[in-house]
Design a protein around this ligand. Structure first.
Ligand code: ATP
Ligand code: MG
Length: 449
């Protein structure tokens, strides 16, 4: 993409309401623009990151055997009357009437709708287990939308729903999503810690929140320090195998959100020098809630012996749009965002230091074409802005690599490659710079696979 033909409205002055760094950087770097309280337009750069995050979430759901569909944002109130949640959900639910005065709502979550879809389609235990998911916008009329996309009113969520014949099978589904979540967040460069959590309006008796530790997080959490930098699940951990032991290991040390925290147990189970009390960002939550919805809505299948069995369910959410904020909170410096390569809007920022100079233009065009041919995504700053402004903008938007091409360097046969995360600079020949970036991109792809 040529910057001269792109749409990248950077912002110099950030509104005072932007209290936390990720919110300020998302506004400054032209990722989002507020349209009304807690509701945002995703500008082109933000849209690219959102799509990348969404794609990682999707790939890891698919790998775990979940099946994608797409449910609507607008739902009928009648379904929610069946489960009894229409009245319970309260003011967070945006209620709408259509022209026939039928009660509708903008879905804050989808347990009712998916239970109805399942109930109407599946009649036999032979079609179990199933995990269905979608990635769709949700609306919750949050009392205090704030921190940008961290607590929006309209936000993008991945929500999965599992259907099983009995509790034991349901736990297997829960474990699959648990492992998939660890893999998902690790691919984005995040250390997410699963913590025991309250089930809230979703209901049920088993739940974990996946927490990114950050001072700006809204949740107060307590855990054993050794949990903070645990590695991602090993590559040979197979979804077809038994995940019980692995999940057990990952939940053995104390970790709890404020709602379920037990100070006495914390002191008994965790040595004083290992006790961590911190703030965190909830990026995902998994719930097992048994027959709460299937019972109320009559989702039953014929079991092996012919009896009707009420299915066991769980639901599993990832805050796709919140993740942008969480990643930035975890990865930035004074100059701006530092995107992990896996979610970056472009792989490389190519900076032409003297647009209009014949040789510089030619070298840039050549690099631009060859890098794209190698499968990299390039943002080519071909504008005639000052060098200083170009550097500042590139640092701000945080692409993993910068390629700096100017007449002086070219004369010496050199191009500068800068790694955004470390600030390390390398002066390389044209071919060496090309090879280095292609290698790095391939390495990143291998790590993701
Ligand atoms: P919170 O406690 O932060 O209000 P929640 O527990 O109500 O969230 P869930 O129902 O578990 O949210 O939704 C699944 C995921 O969706 C959450 O883990 C979070 O990442 C994301 N999410 C929830 N509410 C919002 C919001 N208002 N803005 C952005 N993301 C959200
Ligand atoms: Mg939650």
């Amino acid at each position: 993409m040529r910057l001269s033909q792109y749409f990248l409205p950077l912002l110099r002055d950030v509104p005072k309401e932007a209290e936390i760094v990720s919110h300020r950087l998302m506004l400054r770097a032209g990722l989002i623009r507020q349209s009304s309280a807690g509701i945002y337009t995703w500008l082109p750069l933000g849209t690219r990151v959102l799509r990348n995050i969404e794609q990682i979430v999707r790939e890891e759901q698919d790998r775990a055997g979940a099946i994608e569909l797409l449910m609507p944002t607008i739902q009928s109130a009648d379904l929610w009357r069946e489960s009894g949640r229409y009245d319970d959900y309260g003011a967070e639910m945006l209620r709408i009437q259509d022209r026939h005065e039928r009660d509708m709502l903008y879905g804050p979550t989808n347990e009712e709708l998916i239970t109805a879809i399942f109930r109407d389609a599946v009649k036999s235990y032979k079609e179990l287990p199933r995990i269905l998911y979608h990635i769709q916008w949700k609306f919750r009329d949050e009392i205090r939308p704030r921190f940008g996309v961290m607590r929006g009113r309209e936000f993008l969520m991945k929500d999965s729903y599992s259907f099983d014949l009995d509790k034991e099978a349901a736990e297997k589904s829960y474990n699959k999503m648990f492992v998939a979540y660890l893999r998902t967040f690790a691919r984005m460069g995040l250390h997410a810690v699963p913590m025991r959590a309250e089930t809230g309006p979703i209901g049920g008796d088993l739940s974990h929140e996946f927490i990114i530790l950050a001072d700006t997080g809204e949740s107060q959490v307590y855990c054993h320090k050794d949990l903070v930098e645990m590695p991602a699940p090993p590559a040979d951990l197979d979804y077809a195998g038994d995940l019980t032991e692995y999940v057990h290991q990952r939940t053995a040390l104390y970790a709890a959100t404020d709602d379920v925290h037990d100070p006495k147990r914390f002191e008994q189970e965790v040595p004083a020098d290992k006790r961590l009390s911190a703030r965190g960002i909830e990026v995902g939550q998994v719930f097992y809630f048994g027959t709460k919805y299937s019972e109320a809505m009559g989702a039953r299948v014929q079991g092996p012996d012919g009896d009707l069995v009420t299915v066991e369910m769980g639901s599993y959410g990832v805050g796709v749009s919140r993740l942008l904020g969480a990643i930035i909170e975890a990865s930035h410096d004074e100059a701006g965002i530092i995107w992990p390569q896996a979610v970056a809007p472009f792989d490389v920022g190519l900076i032409n230091l003297k647009a209009g100079d014949k040789d510089t233009d030619a070298a840039c065009e050549d690099l631009y074409a060859k890098l794209q041919a190698a499968g990299l995504e390039i943002l080519y700053d071909d504008t005639d802005d000052r060098a200083g402004a170009k550097f500042a903008a590139m640092d701000l938007i945080g692409l993993p690599w910068q390629l700096v091409v100017g007449p002086k360097g070219l004369k010496a046969g050199e191009i500068e490659v800068k790694e955004r995360a470390t600030g390390a600079r390398h002066s390389l020949t044209f071919d060496a710079s090309l090879n280095m970036l292609v290698d790095k991109a391939e390495q990143a792809k291998r790590e993701a696979a």
